[in-house]
Ligand binder design. Structure first.
Ligand SMILES: *[C@@H]1O[C@H](CO)[C@@H](O)[C@H](O)[C@H]1NC(C)=O
Ligand SMILES: *[C@@H]1O[C@H](CO)[C@@H](O)[C@H](O)[C@H]1NC(C)=O
Ligand SMILES: *[C@@H]1O[C@H](CO)[C@@H](O)[C@H](O)[C@H]1NC(C)=O
Ligand SMILES: *[C@@H]1O[C@H](CO)[C@@H](O)[C@H](O)[C@H]1NC(C)=O
Ligand SMILES: *[C@@H]1O[C@H](CO)[C@@H](O)[C@H](O)[C@H]1NC(C)=O
Length: 397
């Protein structure tokens, strides 16, 4: 039959790609991370101090360590310990944040200076004044004015105001507030709570990374860096991963789909021939529903989130989609399966849920708790509404 030939071809292609990628993964230094599933992956010029050899990193400025919460920590001389949330090796950029989830406090109150570190922020600076008001402020009708939630309480509010808006804000507020700091802050377009992006220029491994090579020291004793394992003439590594994601995964999904389709046909056939089918219009309660996927509206009812610039995730450690195995990037949509809280790229998990009603990771079924999915009944999937959960984070550019 044609479909089975096609599936065999896809399987062979998948195998080939895996072998091609595998053949190249003899790294100078293995990349590492602070916990098995947690990213960022740490490799040259960075290294994890306690698990990678000293020649694996461009020390001492690029040394990272893991704290007792499995966060990847970069210690800067004038800015203290920061969490590294994401490393963009190609464009040599680093997403940093506060280990205690209050980056504004670091930036506005504590001293925060990138001086004496290889990292720079390339954004234009603007003067801000930090106000502490002895009353509760909800939201302020000014574009660039932000209440700092993690520093405010029921009886006081800390507000960050660009100096050029100070007059208007003072006129708006019901009574005066104390100015507690003035700062020059980079206009990053990110919310302060989302941390900051900085980049580095030395060592310059970006071009090597872009061509799919491995950057590292030329030799044991050399301070020069070199690009190793460049794919010569072959498909660049990035393209191979692209192919795997682009061809093999849809292929596997296709196979699953094919199996489900055939199963479905068989079941439908069996049902048509079973006399009891007349008597049970509500198929939802039948065990057969365990095989089928979910319908569009049910899938749409599961919480979906657009990631902000810092890709703040429901579980910060889980930075890779278990279905397509690629890392979550800013502005991507992720969907959470309500009962187990696992999340995936929305476009990956939607395809999966159409075929299969269970979570791909833990196999728990979002339908189990809502008892049934008969169309006549309003779908009552509970949305997690914890206030701290990710929403689409507001951004201003
Ligand atoms: C982590 O270490 C800090 C001190 O460095 C300590 O205060 C904190 O309680 C520890 N947390 C855990 C979860 O062990
Ligand atoms: C702001 O003022 C309140 C008292 O009104 C005080 O408790 C709080 O620590 C102040 N916050 C800062 C950051 O100074
Ligand atoms: C806030 O103010 C109210 C009344 O003014 C007071 O009862 C309450 O204890 C205060 N809360 C805090 C956290 O200080
Ligand atoms: C650092 O970032 C700026 C803008 O974000 C960019 O123009 C510059 O090329 C970056 N530097 C490096 C070395 O990537
Ligand atoms: C490089 O260093 C390692 C350990 O630091 C040593 O075992 C090895 O012999 C060195 N290789 C060369 C070529 O010097």
């Amino acid at each position: 039959m044609a479909p089975s030939k096609f599936s065999v071809a896809i399987l062979l292609l998948l195998l080939r790609l895996l072998i091609l990628v595998g053949a190249e993964s003899q790294f100078l230094c293995k990349s590492s991370s602070c916990s098995g599933v947690s990213l960022p992956a740490v490799r040259f010029p960075f290294r994890l101090k306690n698990s990678q050899d000293s020649r694996c990193g461009f020390q001492p400025d690029f040394d990272l360590f893991c704290n007792n919460r499995s966060q990847t920590i970069l210690s800067l001389p004038n800015a203290g310990d920061l969490v590294v949330e994401f490393i963009d090796y190609r464009f040599q950029r680093l997403w940093i944040n506060d280990p205690d989830q209050c980056f504004p406090r670091r930036l506005l109150i504590n001293s925060f200076d990138l001086e004496n570190s290889p990292f720079v922020s390339n954004y234009r600076l603007e003067e801000y004044t930090v106000l502490n008001c002895s009353y509760y402020v909800d939201t302020l009708p000014f574009d660039r004015v932000r209440k700092i939630k993690c520093m405010s309480g029921r009886n006081h509010s800390v507000i960050n105001v660009p100096n050029r808006d100070l007059k208007a804000v003072f006129a708006f507020l019901p009574s005066p507030c104390n100015a507690i700091a003035t700062k020059r802050l980079p206009l990053t377009g990110m919310e302060l709570e989302e941390g900051m992006v900085v980049n580095w220029s030395e060592p310059d491994c970006g071009y090597c990374e872009m061509r799919g090579g491995d950057c590292g020291f030329k030799s044991n004793s050399s301070a020069e860096i070199e690009c190793f394992n460049l794919p010569n003439g072959g498909i660049p590594r990035g393209a191979k991963y692209g192919l795997i994601i682009g061809v093999a995964i849809p292929g596997v999904l296709f196979l699953i789909g094919l199996v489900c389709f055939i199963c479905g046909k068989f079941k439908a056939f069996a049902r048509l021939n079973s006399p009891s089918s007349y008597l049970s219009p509500s198929m939802g309660r039948q065990p057969t529903s365990a095989v089928a996927g979910l319908d569009g509206p049910t899938i749409e009812s599961f919480p979906k989130t657009i990631l902000g610039q810092s890709r703040r995730l429901p579980k910060p450690g889980d930075t890779t989609c278990a279905i397509c195995l690629s890392e979550y990037q800013p502005k991507e949509a992720i969907r959470t399966i309500p009962d187990c809280g696992h999340f995936f790229h929305a476009n990956c998990v939607d395809e999966w849920l159409k075929l299969n009603a269970t979570c791909p990771v833990c196999r728990s079924s979002p339908e189990d708790s809502s008892a049934t999915s008969t169309p006549s009944q309003t779908v009552s999937v509970s949305m997690p509404t914890s206030p701290g959960s990710v929403g689409s984070l507001p951004r201003h550019d």
